[in-house]
Design a binder for this molecule. Structure first.
Ligand SMILES: Cc1cc2nc3c(=O)[nH]c(=O)nc-3n(C[C@H](O)[C@H](O)[C@H](O)COP(=O)(O)OP(=O)(O)OC[C@H]3O[C@@H](n4cnc5c(N)ncnc54)[C@H](O)[C@@H]3O)c2cc1C
Length: 352
């Protein structure tokens, strides 16, 4: 087995290192502070259906394939650690605050259905049977059974423990240049552009909140609730540790700290959908930087004899972790990755 250095220990690098080490490769992981990037802030929704973006058809097969691969990735993690991952398969409800939001939700679910995705319109009464904390004043609901979740911070800690148990060398240093020996996987999120020419990455900031659900309300929700409020998207994610994540904004204003207005909007919209949020404890507001590319598709593929690029996962990096790790394992071993990666070619934005 060959030696492989994985640069970057966000969820993408951690899962890649894990799949490689599980197969017997000698792996070194480099990161000055693993899981401190976008991974630390992410919601953790595995949502190939609810996250569908109009006119982003090239993403759909990648997202759906990754969702299929997730149970296998979880099994590899659980083989090497007893730590929890926060993986939950309870499904997702998407709700609409008013009639205009309901029309939007209807169009979106028609679009999802025509692309073969499983979505089910629900009468509000039934949605509130599933989640009694939902406001009685909503205008529409859709159930998406195939959209699941992990807790990214727990998942990353579990993977680090698994890597440790597998004897992977975790070097807590920043790579100042590309390592020269063996095969190299560049999986350091936004940092990849500094180590390889031609990658065009930009930070897309997202504010996200963490709330504590008081005992007398717990569990406030049992599955992910997403919604539209006056056309603004918001989501609420119940964690296995009893907390609730509320997210997320999307802004490109180079201000990497939580914005007061963003915190206000998220809380107001979350309370509109689930009034009990008003009684929760406010634990944290943070801002993460999603690694975006010009066309919002990842950079994934081999670019030279010893270099594989795996970055640019933008809004979907937690979901796409299973695919990224699977594809990279195949590329390292010289196998067919089993999926068309032409839309992800790492040099597609390079100017010659
Ligand atoms: C608010 C928010 C909510 C999100 N919600 C979701 C969601 O619900 N579902 C979903 O699928 N995605 C979500 N995302 C997107 C997801 O978080 C990212 O796509 C994903 O975390 C990218 O993972 P990564 O490992 O590529 O990068 P990162 O997590 O950013 O990790 C990069 C790592 O590389 C390291 N590094 C950088 N430079 C170097 C270097 N030179 N040498 C060594 N190491 C280096 C850093 O220390 C860091 O640990 C969300 C993002 C945000 C901000």
């Amino acid at each position: 087995m060959s030696g492989v250095t994985v640069v970057g220990g966000g969820l993408i690098g951690l899962a890649t290192a894990l799949r490689l080490a599980d197969r017997g490769h000698a792996v070194t992981l480099m990161d000055p502070s693993p899981a401190s990037g976008a991974t630390h802030h992410a919601g953790g929704m595995l949502a190939p259906v609810a996250e569908v973006v109009y006119r982003q058809e090239a993403l759909f097969p990648l997202m759906l394939r990754s969702a299929e691969l997730y149970p296998g990735l979880i099994a590899v993690v659980e083989k090497h650690t007893g730590l929890p991952t926060g993986y939950r398969t309870d499904g997702t409800l998407v709700v609409a605050a008013d009639r205009a939001d309901s029309a939007h939700l209807g169009e979106l679910s028609d679009y999802q259905s025509t692309h073969g995705m499983e979505v089910e319109r629900l009468p509000l009464r039934q949605a509130r049977k599933l989640e009694p904390a939902l406001s009685p004043q909503l205008a529409g609901a859709v159930h998406i059974p195939g959209d699941h979740q992990v807790n990214p911070r727990m998942f990353a800690a579990a993977m680090l423990d698994a890597l440790n148990n597998l004897g992977v060398a975790v070097v807590r240093e920043k790579a100042a240049q590309l390592p020269r020996d063996g095969q190299v996987v560049l999986a350091n999120g936004l940092g990849a552009a500094a180590l390889h020419d031609g990658l065009r990455l930009r930070p897309v900031y997202g504010d996200i909140l963490r709330l504590g659900v008081p005992d007398h309300l717990a569990p406030l929700l049992t599955r992910v609730v997403r919604g539209f409020v006056a056309d603004r998207p918001v989501y609420l994610i119940p964690r296995t540790d009893g907390t609730l994540a509320v997210g997320a904004t999307s802004r490109e204003d180079d201000r990497p700290v939580p914005r007061t207005g963003a915190v206000h909007d998220l809380l107001r919209d979350a309370i509109r959908l689930v009034p009990g949020v008003e009684e929760c404890d406010f634990l944290e507001a943070t801002t993460g930087a999603r690694p975006g590319t010009p066309d919002d598709l990842p950079y994934l593929g081999r670019v030279s004899g010893n270099l594989i690029i795996s970055t640019g996962y933008f809004r979907h990096g937690i979901l796409l972790t299973a695919l990224a790790a699977d594809v990279t394992l195949a590329l390292v071993e010289g196998d067919d990755p089993g999926i068309d990666l032409s839309a992800c070619a790492p040099h597609r934005h390079q100017e010659f």
